[in-house]
Ligand binder design. Structure first.
Ligand SMILES: Cc1cc2nc3c(=O)[nH]c(=O)nc-3n(C[C@H](O)[C@H](O)[C@H](O)COP(=O)(O)O)c2cc1C
Length: 445
């Protein structure tokens, strides 16, 4: 196999051509207004991301059900979403193919957002600072509703003019907990064997493949699990059959935030490679024809080159360095810099404090840098880790509580509107697509 270079284009199975092998990975921006629509802040942030030079952009997780949010100010995509705001958001990133990441938080929705979170099975609450309630098992009818909400959200994303979607099947959120036998103890068609635990994810990806135009890109983010590489490889083959275009490999969840480089005790993960998920990506790449993207920990050109040249992945995802400076992507790809700096301070204090708040500090510090980019301001390098952790937890909880009643009312309206089933006009997609990414067919014309 000839070595893949970072600045080489990649054509996805759907025909979408990415100009290079670096993706700006998903980061929850949580900057929507009280109705959870995209706004001017999203447009500035994604305009900067597009100018940054990455070949692909993934948005922060957008929610498919407004009763269940990852945080208070997520974008929600349902029948009550402002269609014009979605279109303007898609246009803001028009220079670079952009996929909207679709998610349902499941048991990781905090109690201020949702005091009755849902999961594949009844189970323990996420044990973090009392922020989470015990989840209850979804009924079969509710599982069907979850599936439809992902597919309908995907249709809305394409109608708005984005190049495609990423289905979030990682990080302990709902679809990941269906895949994870530790959380899925169902005895029906959605529990037990891998085929059953993957059923909901496969129905969503297959449903999106049928509902969206063939040129729409469908990515899936998956978790590496200790000892789980063989199953992950099997799952990748099922997703290939279902029509996935890109498989992103990550890992971790709220209890054990491996995606941020920490274990459950809050200590740094020791790993032979910059990315702790290296071996899992290699295992998936070995069996599937779907391009694999490895995200998490990449900071040096040498390691990125090793991953691409060694067939570990066909694309790399980078998140935190680009939260601080989106333009680093282009500089790194052009070889002007060899290291992607990540200057965030670590949380001090006791082991308990680090375990409870370490991940919130890490994510919160970077989220505030996204907020600053969205406001047209430079990064705030001196921001203390504790202040970021409190912003990420307490401020979010207050915003969630404050808006809960009106959000639940809007959720009821959205569900009523949905039954009216307004046609989404996917005929516009080809036209919109010209603005968001290039396609083989279009180039041939
Ligand atoms: C502020 C912040 C928000 C994040 N939000 C998301 C998200 O919405 N969806 C997702 O899949 N991953 C999310 N992540 C994880 C990143 O996509 C990525 O997997 C992780 O940061 C590791 O990559 P890195 O080492 O390049 O930062 C987030 C990370 C950070 C720091």
């Amino acid at each position: 196999m000839s070595a893949i270079r970072l600045d080489e284009p990649l054509e996805l199975p759907c025909g979408l051509v990415l100009q290079n092998r670096l993706c700006r990975a998903a980061m929850t921006e949580a900057i929507a207004g009280r109705r959870n629509d995209p706004n001017e802040s999203h447009m500035r942030l994604y305009g900067e991301n597009a100018r940054g030079g990455a070949g692909l952009i993934l948005t922060g997780n957008a929610m498919v059900d407004r009763r269940h949010l990852e945080r208070a100010r997520n974008v929600v995509i349902d029948a009550a979403t402002d269609v014009l705001a979605m279109r303007r958001w898609a246009q803001s990133a028009a220079d670079t193919p952009t996929l909207v990441q679709l998610s349902h938080p499941g048991r990781q929705a905090n109690r201020f957002v949702q005091p009755h979170p849902v999961a594949p099975s009844d189970g323990p609450a996420v044990p973090l600072a009392g922020f989470f309630a015990r989840p209850r098992a979804l009924t079969l009818a509710e599982i069907e509703e979850v599936r439809e909400s992902f597919i309908e959200a995907g249709e809305r994303v394409l109608t708005a003019g984005f190049a495609g979607v990423e289905v979030h099947g990682a990080h302990g959120y709902l679809l990941d907990s269906f895949l994870d036998p530790a959380h899925n103890r169902r005895t029906d068609a959605y529990g037990g064997s891998l085929e059953n635990r993957a059923r909901l994810l496969l129905e969503i990806v297959g449903g999106l493949r049928s509902a969206l135009p063939p040129q729409a890109a469908i990515a899936v983010k998956l978790d590496s699990r200790e000892g789980g590489d063989a199953e992950l490889a099997q799952l990748s083959l099922l997703l290939e059959q279902a029509g996935a275009d890109l498989l992103e490999i990550s890992g971790g969840n709220y209890e054990s935030p491996a995606m941020l480089g920490f274990n459950a005790a809050g200590a740094q993960i020791e790993s032979e490679h910059e990315s702790p998920f290296w071996n899992s990506a290699a295992a998936v790449s070995a069996v599937t024809a779907v391009p694999v993207m490895l995200t998490g920990g990449f900071r040096t050109r040498a390691e990125v080159d090793r991953a691409l040249a060694g067939g570990v992945c066909e694309m790399v995802g980078v998140a935190r360095p680009l939260a601080v400076r989106p333009a680093l992507a282009g500089q790194f790809i052009r070889g002007e810099i060899d290291v992607l700096e990540r200057p965030a301070p670590r949380l001090g204090g006791s082991a308990l404090m680090k375990r409870q708040l370490g991940a919130a500090a890490g994510s919160g510090w970077h989220r505030i840098q996204l907020v600053r980019t969205a406001a047209g301001k430079p990064p705030l390098m001196g921001l203390p880790a504790l202040a970021a952790a409190l912003d990420y937890t307490m401020l979010d909880a207050a915003q969630a509580l404050f808006a809960r009643r009106s959000r639940m009312k809007l959720a009821r309206q959205a569900r009523r509107l949905r039954t009216l089933s307004v046609p989404l006009g996917l005929g516009d997609v080809q036209h919109a697509r010209n603005g968001n990414g290039s396609h083989r067919e279009e180039e041939a014309r």
